[in-house]
Design a protein around this ligand. Structure first.
Ligand code: ZN
Ligand code: ZN
Length: 372
């Protein structure tokens, strides 16, 4: 039987692809965010599980998932005190999950951060210690010990899912005396404002009140594909603004609070990082008046992987576009601004409706327009 030539071509492309792409895991649905002035934007998911605690996959799968989605850094934060697979997968060395991820990542461009989840009932709750050197040393009956030990190891520690209804039935975080003491002692540095699908405004309020680093994580137990990608979503991530793409710079940036938590079109962060990020996400291409009119045409491109929703904050209105509009991820749109007279320059001012710098507070972003 003779194969149609296009099938042979596909077969050739397929095999060529398989050879040249040997041991790569990238594919077409990467998370994309621009750098901001002075910093590299690192896409991080620093809260994940594997079979070495209550997750469903082997650590190498977490590395491959991260590469497929274009992340820069991950941490496998196994529950220290909750080990439901212990009978089948005994592992007296609690560093094993990290070591296996490191092995898989050796041939790849992905930072693996050593972490563990300190796991207690309310009011202490769950916390991740990352940038640890030995997870075994964090095991102790007394909950104060792992925090003290994590600090000794130079770890960055953040409070996980503070609004989790299993621990706080009204879905609101309660800052306990335990956490107040940890913050005072320099043993707690960050807080998840986005965990899995949940953004808690109350957690953001706590972050701002106590000067904690704003975090977003997947807390994935199953497969990223099943929970997020095949539903048309990306996992939640923390964007970390680091001086360079290294574990050292990442750690420094976390301690300095240089982050924005992102889940699809939702952005949560301090204005000094969130505003430059949104500004960098939108590239301005062509700015010119329609001939014989006072209508300024501006071509905008969203260079990020998130759909962005904006509201007009200018003194001028738009032609053939409502004041609230979306720029889909990776797409270009045309704005037509009725400036009433020809302007030499003006500011495009838009409120980012999916972005929050504080509960119910959205930032206004400004781009300078210079008509041709
Ligand atoms: Zn947890
Ligand atoms: Zn967890």
């Amino acid at each position: 039987m003779k194969y149609p030539s296009f099938l042979i071509l596909i077969a050739l492309l397929w095999s060529g692809d398989a050879n040249s792409q040997d041991h790569q895991h990238a594919y077409g649905k990467a998370l994309t965010f621009p750098d901001i002035p002075g910093f590299k934007t690192l896409k991080c998911d620093l809260h994940q599980h594997t079979v070495f605690s209550d997750g469903e996959v082997w650590p190498s799968i977490r590395v491959m998932e991260a590469l497929r989605e274009g992340l820069d850094a991950i941490s496998l934060t196994e529950h220290l005190e909750y080990q439901p697979h212990r009978e089948d997968i005994p592992h007296p060395d609690r560093n094993r999950s990290y070591q296996l991820a490191l092995e898989e990542a050796r041939d790849h461009d992905l930072l693996i951060i050593h972490g563990s989840e300190i796991t207690r009932n309310a009011p202490i709750g769950h916390s991740n210690a990352i940038f640890i050197s030995d997870a075994n040393a964090l095991l102790d009956e007394n909950a104060e010990v792992p925090f003290r030990e994590a600090k000794k190891q130079g770890a960055f520690v953040f409070w996980n899912h503070p609004a989790w209804y299993a621990q706080n039935p009204d879905g609101n975080p309660i800052l306990s005396d335990f956490q107040r003491t940890r913050i005072k002692n320099g043993e707690l540095h960050g807080i998840e404002v986005i965990n899995t699908f949940d953004y808690a405004e109350e957690s953001l309020a706590l972050a701002l009140e106590h000067n904690l680093t704003i975090m977003g994580t997947s807390d994935i137990h199953g497969l990223i594909d099943w929970d997020y990608l095949e539903k048309g979503n990306h996992r939640p991530v923390t964007l970390v603004f680091a001086k360079e793409r290294s574990a050292r710079s990442l750690r420094e940036a976390l301690f300095e609070g240089r982050t924005v938590a992102v889940y699809n079109s939702l952005f949560v962060g301090r204005p000094e990082f969130l505003v430059p990020l949104l500004k960098a996400c939108i590239k301005i291409h062509r700015v010119a008046y329609i001939p014989n009119t006072d209508i300024l045409e501006v071509e905008l491109e969203n260079s990020s992987s998130s759909d962005l929703l904006f509201e007009n904050q200018m003194g001028y209105t738009f032609y053939s576009k409502p004041p609230v509009f979306e720029i889909p991820a990776g797409k270009k749109i045309l704005l037509q601004i009725k400036t009433l007279e020809r302007k030499g320059k003006l500011d495009l001012r838009l409120k980012a409706l999916g972005a929050y710098t504080a509960p119910k507070t959205q930032p206004v972003v400004t781009w300078e327009l210079l008509p041709e």
